[in-house]
Each structure stands twice: as structure tokens, then as C-alpha cells.
Design a protein around this ligand. Structure first.
Ligand code: HEM
Length: 140
């Protein structure tokens, strides 16, 4: 029962992490293409998306650690699983960095650095891809 619950939460978090990343990129690109700075209410929505992304990746870690212990008795599953963890660690680090940056920019009343945010989102996407391919190989 708890495996089913943890797996459902793991997959839901995956959906959120991916959705938030892709959604932010599409909207941010639209602003960059129009050469416009997002107005304050849209900036607030970006900050919210960023918090949701961090919440999703933290939930991925919590549920993932629980699943690994319940199903495999620990994290020493196989090499591909460690690659998946590396990807997940990249996503967590990037998400923390992006949130801290967005938070301090919002506090200072300025828009976040668009170039830095774009790079962070690209890196997070790369980490997600590594984690998904790692999961596909590890649990094939
Ligand atoms: C960006 C982060 C992550 C992504 C994209 C991700 C993706 C996935 C996917 C797609 C599956 C389904 C695999 C399958 O059933 O064939 C899965 C299952 C699983 N994940 Fe994650 N995961 C992430 C983070 C983590 C973390 C941090 C851990 C552990 C510390 C973890 C542990 C597990 C375990 C144990 C399973 C279940 C395997 C099974 O059913 O036998 N995941 N994950």
C-alpha cells in the first residue's frame, strides 16, 4: 500500500517538475521574443512556479528514498540508478539556486536575471532528462 502511495506521489511530482520547467520556459521565451520585461504579477507567478518546482523535486527525493528502501532495501541498486541520482541532484541544486535568486530579486524589487534563469532552466531540463533515462535503464 505504501509503495503504491509513494509511487503515485513520485509520478505526480515528476509531472509537476516537468510541467513547471516547460511552462516557465515557454512563457519566458515569449517575453524575451517580444523584448519585454514581465510585469510584477507575472513575475510573482514565476516565483510561485519556481516554488512548485522545488516542492516537486524535494517530494521526488523523499518518495524516491522511501521507494528505494521499501523495494530494494537501500540506494545501492545499480549503476544506472546512480546516474539517475546524479541527474536528480543536479535538478535539486539548480532548483535551490533559481529559487534563491528569484527570492532575492523579488525582495530587491527587480526582475530576476533572465540570462541566468534561462541557463538554470536549461540545466534543470538536462538533469531531468538524465534522471528519466537513468530510471528507464535502471528499472528496465
Ligand atoms: C529528477 C528526479 C527523478 C526523476 C525524473 C525520476 C523518475 C522516475 C521514473 C520515470 C520512475 C519509474 C521507473 C519505472 O517504474 O520503470 C521512477 C521510479 C523510482 N524512482 Fe525516481 N525519479 C527521480 C528521483 C528519484 C530519487 C531522488 C530517488 C531515490 C533517492 C528515486 C528512486 C526511485 C525508485 C526507488 C523508483 C521505483 C523503481 C521500481 O518501481 O522498481 N527517484 N523514478
Amino acid at each position: 500500500m505504501s509503495i503504491i502511495l509513494l509511487k503515485t506521489l513520485h509520478f505526480l511530482s515528476l509531472l509537476f517538475a516537468g510541467g513547471v520547467t516547460v511552462g516557465s520556459v515557454v512563457v519566458q521565451r515569449a517575453y524575451v521574443a517580444a523584448d519585454e520585461i514581465p510585469p510584477p504579477h507575472v513575475r510573482k507567478a514565476f516565483v510561485l512556479l519556481s516554488y512548485m518546482g522545488l516542492g516537486a523535486i524535494v517530494t521526488l527525493w523523499v518518495t524516491g528514498i522511501g521507494l528505494a528502501h521499501l523495494i530494494y532495501g537501500g540506494l545501492a541498486i545499480n549503476g544506472a540508478f546512480h546516474v539517475k541520482l546524479l541527474g536528480a541532484a543536479v535538478v535539486l541544486g539548480i532548483s535551490l539556486w533559481g529559487n534563491l535568486h528569484a527570492y532575492s530579486a523579488a525582495k530587491a524589487g527587480i526582475p530576476p536575471n533572465a540570462i541566468l534563469m534561462k541557463r538554470l532552466v536549461s540545466a534543470a531540463r538536462g538533469g531531468l532528462l538524465i534522471a528519466i533515462v537513468g530510471a528507464a535503464v535502471a528499472f528496465a
